[in-house]
Design a protein around this ligand. Structure first.
Ligand code: ATP
Length: 609
């Protein structure tokens, strides 16, 4: 397949922000793609080479790209950098200098998607001393044969600067339309994607065998399952009411309350003595947990399993749980051994998704929990007690219809055990991979106060600080995630709660994400000083949610022409790097909080009156 077909589509996609147009371009592109090339196309349009969990990264620096462009075009590095400075895009700078050369030389054989993809894969795999020179060689060989437009896209792919604003849902819509004839079949793709986390192989299956082939997708070890997520409940009474509604078959009111531990969610895959650990975002984080990886096979009464757990940092002497931040020290590439001994963890299992060839996804929670306790032998860590061992998330089965008092007690117990609240789970519910629903509810103590509630929001822009904050991002523009539009509407500006250290860290985290233009998925009327790729998620609290003429979150959901905004937002000090932007608080959640606070205000007024 000619690479020019792909680069034409990419250029069309860059020029539009409308989801329908994007879908149309994709349907057309998929229609022109031979089946063998389809997975590559699906990864490339998402700016990837392979699914997230395989961790294949291109890692080409601008300097290296400049060297390759110089080699192919004969232009000097300073000339290329000048063109880059003028236009702000190295891909376009390359197109310009190579274009000048193209007028004078004979263009070789057209490049294909297959060749570009294979070259990019080869570059990603190169390591070691001579790798830089080899990379330059590979890139320049592609550039030699590329048209200026193709060269621009080869470079954007290499540098990770392709900004299409196309989300997984849009890709799935287009795949459903192209290969099953109906966009309405997206759920079949979502299901396959939820159990495989590999959109490339889902696309290949859809193209080869339509709905029938999609139905064949099964859970298997080392393909992470997209996590089931919880809705929040405001207080014990609301959670009991919601559980009554969620539990089906006349068992209203029966549920289990597990402690909600404050750590990192891990999905542990085991097969044939091999162990891999995946994060909530499905990255392979096995190297962060060598201590766990070593112990698990010996403690498992199954040869193959997929288990879910919360990893929590602990004080090895007292067994006390430590704050979530402590765990993030393990997120490093070097000196992992030191981090492992300095930051011991306990792994608290709460679910089993697969065991010895049997998918547990459609089994009820009660059965999954039973099996979990059957196949995992807890080890309580060295010296016994809670220590640094493998545990189960404490679980209190409840069968008291409508009894909010029992939930209150369990909540108090969980807080005094160093947890952040409860996870309430309906016993009859299957594991709903990749979706947030009311079969799991989270109840945190803070939700019970005013809005003291925390929200996880996406940093989309920033305003430069003054005085002590000069040169740093003094105020951040934050957005929710609107999953129906697949957009990030702004919900507040936040400038409080940052220590000097936080500000430095923010600058480091955000500056690589700066974009020249606002990403089309960002919906904001404000003009930020800088825009970011919507990726970083931070936690904020606020005093209240109000209607807003400026912010765009939940636009029109409460009142026509008005959005919702956070009042007096404050950064809690916590960045949520384990969350993706699509995992941030949604418009729906913000509307629910807005309505909840109105209800409480009305009840308070009635109580006083
Ligand atoms: P939060 O920001 O509140 O941690 P989240 O968006 O990461 O939530 P949710 O599904 O909304 O994810 O909340 C459940 C989260 O709580 C899980 O992702 C998991 O990391 C954590 N957790 C802690 N203890 C448990 C438990 N016993 N069962 C399920 N999840 C638990």
């Amino acid at each position: 397949m000619r690479f020019s077909v792909l680069s034409e589509s990419l250029s069309g996609m860059e020029a539009t922000a409308k989801r329908l147009d994007l879908t149309g371009i994709l349907v057309d592109l998929f229609g022109k793609t031979p089946p063998g090339v389809l997975p590559a196309i699906v990864y490339l349009i998402q700016g990837k080479l392979r699914p997230e969990f395989e961790g294949v990264e291109l890692g080409v620096a601008e300097k290296l790209a400049v060297r390759a462009i110089a080699k192919s075009s004969g232009a000097s590095a300073s000339k290329i950098e000048e063109a880059y400075r003028d236009g702000g895009d190295l891909g376009l700078a390359a197109a310009a200098v190579l274009g000048r050369k193209a007028q004078t030389t004979f263009v070789a054989e057209p490049i294909t998607v297959e060749r570009v993809y294979e070259t990019l894969m080869r570059i990603a795999r190169l390591e070691g001393q001579r790798s830089q020179d080899m990379k330059v060689k590979h890139i320049s060989s592609l550039l030699n044969d590329a048209s200026p437009q193709e060269a621009a896209y080869v470079l954007k792919l290499l540098l990770g600067t392709l900004r299409l604003g196309v989300a997984e849902n849009t890709v799935m819509d287009a795949l459903a339309a192209a290969f099953t004839g109906d966009k309405g079949n997206r759920p079949a793709l979502e299901r396959a994607y939820s159990v495989s986390s590999d959109l490339g192989s889902v696309a290949a299956a859809a193209a080869a065998g339509g709905l029938g082939a999609l139905a064949e997708f099964r859970v298997s070890a080392f393909s992470p399952v997209r996590p089931m997520l919880a809705e929040r409940a405001r207080d014990a009474a609301e959670s009991v009411a919601k559980m009554g509604g969620a539990a089906e078959g006349g068992r209203g009111g029966e549920f289990a309350a597990e402690f909600k531990l404050d750590g990192e969610r891990v999905q542990v895959h085991v097969s044939g003595g091999r162990v891999q650990v995946f994060s909530r975002r499905l990255e392979n984080i096995t190297p962060q947990y060598p201590d766990i990886v070593e112990r698990i096979p010996g403690l498992l009464g199954a040869d193959e399993a997929i288990l879910e757990a919360e990893a929590v940092a602990v004080n090895a002497d007292t067994g006390e749980f430590l704050p979530f931040q402590e765990l993030m020290h393990r997120r490093r590439k070097h000196n992992v051994d030191r981090a492992v001994s300095q930051y011991p963890v306990t792994i608290n299992f709460f679910d089993v998704l697969y065991a010895d060839g049997r998918s547990m996804l459609d089994e009820p929670y009660s059965e999954r929990r039973r099996l979990l306790e059957e196949i995992v032998r807890r080890d309580g860590g060295e010296g016994g007690g809670r220590g640094t061992g493998l545990e189960f998330a404490a679980c209190v089965p409840m069968s008291m219809v409508g009894d909010a008092g029992g939930v209150e007690d369990a909540l108090e117990n969980s807080i005094s055990a160093g947890c952040e609240g409860l996870m309430l789970k309906a016993p009859g519910a299957p594991y709903q991979a990749g979706s947030r629903g009311s079969h799991w509810l989270k109840l945190k103590r803070e939700y019970r106060n005013e809005l003291g509630d925390s929200l996880d929001l996406v940093v989309v822009g920033a305003f430069f600080g003054r005085g002590r904050r000069a040169g740093k991002y003094g105020t951040l523009l934050l957005a929710t995630y609107d999953d129906t539009r697949d957009a990030f509407p702004s919900v507040c500006k936040v400038g409080t709660g940052f220590t000097d250290e936080d500000l430095d860290q923010m600058y480091q985290l955000l500056s690589p994400r700066v974009t020249r233009r606002k990403n089309p998925r960002i919906d904001s009327q404000m003009e930020a000083d800088v825009w970011f790729e919507p990726e970083l998620v931070v936690e904020v609290v606020a005093s209240e949610i109000t209607l807003s003429p400026v912010h765009r979150a939940a636009m029109g959901a409460v009142r026509r022409g008005a959005g919702l905004a956070l009042r007096f937002p404050k950064f809690t000090g916590r960045t949520r790097q384990e969350k993706s932007a699509e995992g941030a608080s949604t418009d729906e959640e913000v509307v629910a909080l807005y309505r909840g606070q109105r209800k409480v205000a009305a009840e308070d007024a009635a109580g006083r009156g």
